[in-house]
Design a protein around this ligand. Structure first.
Ligand code: BT5
Length: 258
Protein backbone atom coordinates (compact mmCIF):
# COMPACT_ATOMS: atom_id res chain seq x y z
CA UNK A 1 0.00 0.00 0.00
CA UNK A 2 2.86 2.41 0.72
CA UNK A 3 4.19 4.18 -2.33
CA UNK A 4 7.48 6.02 -2.66
CA UNK A 5 5.63 9.26 -1.98
CA UNK A 6 4.04 7.81 1.14
CA UNK A 7 0.64 6.28 1.67
CA UNK A 8 -1.96 6.40 -1.09
CA UNK A 9 -4.58 8.30 0.84
CA UNK A 10 -2.64 10.63 3.12
CA UNK A 11 -4.52 11.98 6.10
CA UNK A 12 -1.67 13.31 8.23
CA UNK A 13 -0.04 16.61 7.42
CA UNK A 14 -3.17 18.30 6.10
CA UNK A 15 -4.47 21.64 7.43
CA UNK A 16 -5.89 21.68 10.94
CA UNK A 17 -8.19 24.69 11.29
CA UNK A 18 -8.51 25.62 14.93
CA UNK A 19 -11.35 27.80 16.19
CA UNK A 20 -11.64 28.92 19.81
CA UNK A 21 -15.39 28.46 19.66
CA UNK A 22 -17.81 27.00 17.13
CA UNK A 23 -21.40 25.85 17.13
CA UNK A 24 -20.34 22.41 15.91
CA UNK A 25 -17.18 21.27 14.16
CA UNK A 26 -19.38 18.98 12.01
CA UNK A 27 -21.35 21.96 10.69
CA UNK A 28 -18.20 23.94 9.90
CA UNK A 29 -16.54 20.88 8.35
CA UNK A 30 -19.50 20.47 5.99
CA UNK A 31 -19.10 24.08 4.89
CA UNK A 32 -15.38 23.53 4.28
CA UNK A 33 -16.02 20.24 2.44
CA UNK A 34 -18.69 21.85 0.21
CA UNK A 35 -16.15 24.50 -0.73
CA UNK A 36 -13.67 21.79 -1.78
CA UNK A 37 -11.45 21.28 1.29
CA UNK A 38 -9.06 18.42 0.66
CA UNK A 39 -9.26 15.00 2.26
CA UNK A 40 -7.58 14.98 5.67
CA UNK A 41 -8.53 18.56 6.55
CA UNK A 42 -9.42 18.86 10.23
CA UNK A 43 -11.78 21.36 11.84
CA UNK A 44 -11.15 21.64 15.56
CA UNK A 45 -12.78 23.78 18.23
CA UNK A 46 -11.72 24.75 21.74
CA UNK A 47 -15.35 24.51 22.71
CA UNK A 48 -18.67 23.97 20.99
CA UNK A 49 -21.88 25.83 21.68
CA UNK A 50 -24.09 23.29 19.90
CA UNK A 51 -22.13 20.04 19.86
CA UNK A 52 -24.29 17.36 18.27
CA UNK A 53 -24.82 13.69 18.89
CA UNK A 54 -27.05 11.43 16.81
CA UNK A 55 -30.79 12.06 16.43
CA UNK A 56 -30.42 15.67 17.52
CA UNK A 57 -28.97 14.70 20.89
CA UNK A 58 -26.65 17.14 22.61
CA UNK A 59 -22.92 16.51 22.87
CA UNK A 60 -21.59 18.37 25.91
CA UNK A 61 -18.48 20.18 24.78
CA UNK A 62 -18.76 23.67 26.18
CA UNK A 63 -15.47 23.45 28.04
CA UNK A 64 -11.99 23.82 26.64
CA UNK A 65 -11.01 20.50 28.21
CA UNK A 66 -11.81 18.05 25.46
CA UNK A 67 -10.70 17.25 21.96
CA UNK A 68 -13.58 18.22 19.68
CA UNK A 69 -12.83 17.88 15.98
CA UNK A 70 -14.08 16.73 12.59
CA UNK A 71 -12.08 15.07 9.84
CA UNK A 72 -13.04 15.58 6.18
CA UNK A 73 -12.82 12.52 3.91
CA UNK A 74 -13.39 11.88 0.24
CA UNK A 75 -13.72 8.08 0.18
CA UNK A 76 -13.29 6.27 -3.13
CA UNK A 77 -15.45 3.38 -1.98
CA UNK A 78 -19.12 2.86 -2.73
CA UNK A 79 -21.32 4.96 -0.46
CA UNK A 80 -22.90 1.73 0.84
CA UNK A 81 -19.64 1.01 2.67
CA UNK A 82 -19.00 4.49 4.01
CA UNK A 83 -20.95 3.76 7.21
CA UNK A 84 -17.98 1.52 8.10
CA UNK A 85 -15.89 4.66 8.60
CA UNK A 86 -17.54 5.09 12.03
CA UNK A 87 -16.31 1.64 13.10
CA UNK A 88 -12.90 2.39 11.61
CA UNK A 89 -12.69 5.67 13.54
CA UNK A 90 -13.69 3.88 16.75
CA UNK A 91 -10.81 1.42 16.22
CA UNK A 92 -8.38 4.33 15.73
CA UNK A 93 -9.65 6.14 18.86
CA UNK A 94 -9.40 2.97 20.97
CA UNK A 95 -5.89 2.28 19.64
CA UNK A 96 -4.83 5.86 20.41
CA UNK A 97 -6.25 5.95 23.93
CA UNK A 98 -4.68 2.60 24.76
CA UNK A 99 -1.30 3.38 23.22
CA UNK A 100 -0.92 7.01 24.21
CA UNK A 101 -2.83 7.40 27.47
CA UNK A 102 -2.78 3.89 28.93
CA UNK A 103 -6.58 3.92 29.08
CA UNK A 104 -8.34 0.59 28.50
CA UNK A 105 -10.73 1.87 25.89
CA UNK A 106 -13.35 -0.49 24.44
CA UNK A 107 -15.73 0.00 21.55
CA UNK A 108 -19.46 -0.02 22.04
CA UNK A 109 -21.23 -0.59 18.73
CA UNK A 110 -21.62 1.48 16.69
CA UNK A 111 -20.20 4.87 17.68
CA UNK A 112 -19.05 4.97 21.30
CA UNK A 113 -15.73 4.36 22.96
CA UNK A 114 -16.12 3.45 26.62
CA UNK A 115 -14.01 2.66 29.66
CA UNK A 116 -15.58 0.37 32.27
CA UNK A 117 -18.99 1.07 30.78
CA UNK A 118 -18.61 4.87 30.78
CA UNK A 119 -18.43 6.90 27.60
CA UNK A 120 -15.12 8.64 26.94
CA UNK A 121 -15.67 9.37 23.23
CA UNK A 122 -18.56 9.69 20.80
CA UNK A 123 -18.40 9.67 17.01
CA UNK A 124 -20.84 11.26 14.58
CA UNK A 125 -20.25 10.53 10.88
CA UNK A 126 -22.24 12.24 8.17
CA UNK A 127 -21.95 12.13 4.40
CA UNK A 128 -23.08 13.92 1.31
CA UNK A 129 -23.84 12.04 -1.87
CA UNK A 130 -23.73 13.26 -5.45
CA UNK A 131 -24.65 11.60 -8.77
CA UNK A 132 -21.46 9.57 -8.87
CA UNK A 133 -21.25 8.47 -5.25
CA UNK A 134 -19.92 10.03 -2.08
CA UNK A 135 -18.99 13.68 -2.49
CA UNK A 136 -17.55 13.75 1.00
CA UNK A 137 -17.87 12.17 4.41
CA UNK A 138 -17.10 13.84 7.70
CA UNK A 139 -16.21 12.12 10.94
CA UNK A 140 -16.87 14.15 14.06
CA UNK A 141 -15.09 12.98 17.18
CA UNK A 142 -15.42 14.14 20.74
CA UNK A 143 -12.92 12.86 23.28
CA UNK A 144 -13.19 13.85 26.92
CA UNK A 145 -9.55 14.62 27.68
CA UNK A 146 -9.03 16.80 30.75
CA UNK A 147 -12.57 16.97 32.11
CA UNK A 148 -12.72 16.46 35.87
CA UNK A 149 -15.63 14.66 37.51
CA UNK A 150 -16.94 18.08 38.64
CA UNK A 151 -17.02 19.28 35.00
CA UNK A 152 -19.61 16.68 34.06
CA UNK A 153 -23.28 17.62 34.15
CA UNK A 154 -25.57 15.72 36.51
CA UNK A 155 -26.89 13.76 33.53
CA UNK A 156 -23.41 12.58 32.61
CA UNK A 157 -21.84 12.01 36.04
CA UNK A 158 -22.76 8.33 36.11
CA UNK A 159 -22.31 7.56 32.42
CA UNK A 160 -19.32 9.54 31.17
CA UNK A 161 -15.62 9.61 31.93
CA UNK A 162 -12.43 11.27 30.68
CA UNK A 163 -8.75 10.53 30.25
CA UNK A 164 -8.00 12.63 33.35
CA UNK A 165 -10.55 10.72 35.44
CA UNK A 166 -9.29 7.33 34.21
CA UNK A 167 -5.53 7.92 34.30
CA UNK A 168 -5.26 10.50 37.08
CA UNK A 169 -3.16 12.81 34.95
CA UNK A 170 -3.74 15.48 32.38
CA UNK A 171 -3.14 14.56 28.76
CA UNK A 172 -1.97 16.58 25.77
CA UNK A 173 -4.82 16.99 23.25
CA UNK A 174 -2.43 17.95 20.41
CA UNK A 175 -0.50 14.73 20.93
CA UNK A 176 -3.71 12.68 21.01
CA UNK A 177 -4.94 14.28 17.78
CA UNK A 178 -1.60 13.55 16.09
CA UNK A 179 -1.61 9.91 17.20
CA UNK A 180 -5.23 9.51 16.19
CA UNK A 181 -4.53 10.81 12.67
CA UNK A 182 -1.58 8.42 12.38
CA UNK A 183 -3.72 5.46 13.42
CA UNK A 184 -6.71 6.56 11.32
CA UNK A 185 -4.53 6.94 8.22
CA UNK A 186 -3.26 3.38 8.60
CA UNK A 187 -6.73 1.86 8.91
CA UNK A 188 -8.27 4.15 6.29
CA UNK A 189 -5.68 3.15 3.71
CA UNK A 190 -6.25 -0.52 4.46
CA UNK A 191 -9.99 -0.01 4.12
CA UNK A 192 -9.76 1.87 0.81
CA UNK A 193 -7.43 -0.71 -0.69
CA UNK A 194 -8.68 -4.00 0.73
CA UNK A 195 -11.97 -3.46 2.51
CA UNK A 196 -13.29 -3.98 6.01
CA UNK A 197 -12.01 -7.40 7.08
CA UNK A 198 -8.81 -6.36 8.93
CA UNK A 199 -10.66 -3.49 10.60
CA UNK A 200 -13.34 -5.93 11.67
CA UNK A 201 -10.69 -8.14 13.30
CA UNK A 202 -9.28 -5.19 15.24
CA UNK A 203 -12.78 -4.04 16.13
CA UNK A 204 -13.45 -7.47 17.63
CA UNK A 205 -10.20 -7.28 19.63
CA UNK A 206 -11.17 -3.90 21.11
CA UNK A 207 -14.90 -4.41 21.40
CA UNK A 208 -16.83 -4.17 24.64
CA UNK A 209 -20.13 -5.17 23.06
CA UNK A 210 -20.14 -8.84 22.10
CA UNK A 211 -21.34 -11.33 24.68
CA UNK A 212 -23.37 -8.67 26.48
CA UNK A 213 -27.13 -8.43 26.88
CA UNK A 214 -28.42 -5.56 24.77
CA UNK A 215 -31.57 -3.58 24.13
CA UNK A 216 -31.65 -2.42 20.52
CA UNK A 217 -33.49 0.83 20.04
CA UNK A 218 -34.67 2.60 16.93
CA UNK A 219 -35.60 6.19 17.61
CA UNK A 220 -35.94 5.44 21.34
CA UNK A 221 -38.31 2.49 20.73
CA UNK A 222 -36.95 -0.87 21.90
CA UNK A 223 -37.10 -3.16 18.87
CA UNK A 224 -35.12 -6.13 20.13
CA UNK A 225 -33.82 -7.55 23.38
CA UNK A 226 -31.15 -10.23 23.42
CA UNK A 227 -27.45 -11.03 23.45
CA UNK A 228 -24.93 -9.36 21.12
CA UNK A 229 -23.21 -12.30 19.44
CA UNK A 230 -21.23 -10.94 16.51
CA UNK A 231 -20.47 -8.34 13.90
CA UNK A 232 -21.08 -9.19 10.25
CA UNK A 233 -18.60 -8.88 7.38
CA UNK A 234 -20.31 -5.59 6.63
CA UNK A 235 -20.27 -4.28 10.21
CA UNK A 236 -23.86 -4.84 11.31
CA UNK A 237 -24.51 -6.05 14.83
CA UNK A 238 -25.77 -9.61 15.22
CA UNK A 239 -28.11 -10.27 18.12
CA UNK A 240 -29.49 -13.52 19.45
CA UNK A 241 -32.96 -12.30 20.34
CA UNK A 242 -34.87 -13.53 23.38
CA UNK A 243 -37.35 -15.26 21.07
CA UNK A 244 -34.47 -17.39 19.73
CA UNK A 245 -34.11 -15.69 16.33
CA UNK A 246 -30.80 -14.32 15.08
CA UNK A 247 -31.22 -10.70 14.00
CA UNK A 248 -28.92 -8.20 12.33
CA UNK A 249 -28.92 -4.44 12.69
CA UNK A 250 -27.39 -1.86 10.39
CA UNK A 251 -25.92 1.34 11.72
CA UNK A 252 -28.80 3.65 10.71
CA UNK A 253 -30.17 5.30 13.76
CA UNK A 254 -29.91 2.22 15.92
CA UNK A 255 -28.37 2.44 19.36
CA UNK A 256 -27.92 -0.23 21.97
CA UNK A 257 -28.19 -0.13 25.73
CA UNK A 258 -26.45 -2.57 28.02
C1 BT5 B 1 -22.51 10.63 19.91
O1 BT5 B 1 -23.88 10.69 19.76
O2 BT5 B 1 -21.93 10.01 20.75
C2 BT5 B 1 -21.73 11.47 18.89
C3 BT5 B 1 -20.97 12.58 19.53
C4 BT5 B 1 -20.08 13.29 18.52
C5 BT5 B 1 -19.45 14.50 19.11
C6 BT5 B 1 -18.47 15.15 18.17
S1 BT5 B 1 -17.58 16.46 18.92
C7 BT5 B 1 -16.99 16.98 17.40
C8 BT5 B 1 -18.12 16.82 16.41
N1 BT5 B 1 -18.95 18.01 16.37
C9 BT5 B 1 -20.20 17.76 16.79
O3 BT5 B 1 -21.12 18.61 16.86
N2 BT5 B 1 -20.31 16.46 17.12
C10 BT5 B 1 -19.08 15.74 16.89
P1 BT5 B 1 -24.91 9.77 20.52
O4 BT5 B 1 -24.56 8.32 20.32
O5 BT5 B 1 -26.24 10.24 20.07
O6 BT5 B 1 -24.69 10.08 22.04
C11 BT5 B 1 -25.16 11.29 22.62
C12 BT5 B 1 -25.28 11.04 24.13
O7 BT5 B 1 -23.97 10.96 24.72
C13 BT5 B 1 -25.98 12.16 24.86
O8 BT5 B 1 -27.37 12.01 24.82
C14 BT5 B 1 -25.41 12.01 26.28
O9 BT5 B 1 -26.09 10.99 26.99
C15 BT5 B 1 -24.00 11.52 26.03
N3 BT5 B 1 -23.03 12.62 26.07
C16 BT5 B 1 -23.18 13.92 25.73
N4 BT5 B 1 -22.04 14.61 25.88
C17 BT5 B 1 -21.12 13.71 26.34
C18 BT5 B 1 -19.75 13.80 26.69
N5 BT5 B 1 -19.05 14.94 26.60
N6 BT5 B 1 -19.15 12.68 27.14
C19 BT5 B 1 -19.80 11.51 27.23
N7 BT5 B 1 -21.09 11.35 26.91
C20 BT5 B 1 -21.75 12.45 26.47
Amino acid sequence: MDTEQGVEYPIQGKPVHYFKELDSTNTTAMEFASRGAEEGTVIRAGRQLRGRGRLGRVWESGLDAGLWFTLILRPRRDSWFVAQVTLLAAVAVAETLRGTCGVRAMIKWPNDVIVDGKKICGILSEMRLNETGTEYAIVGIGINVNLAQSDLSDELKEKATSILIESGSRADSDLILGKFLESFEKWYNLWQVSGFSRIREKWIEYNGTLGRPVLVKDDDQVICEGLATGISEYGSLQVQAKDGTLQEFDFGEISIRF
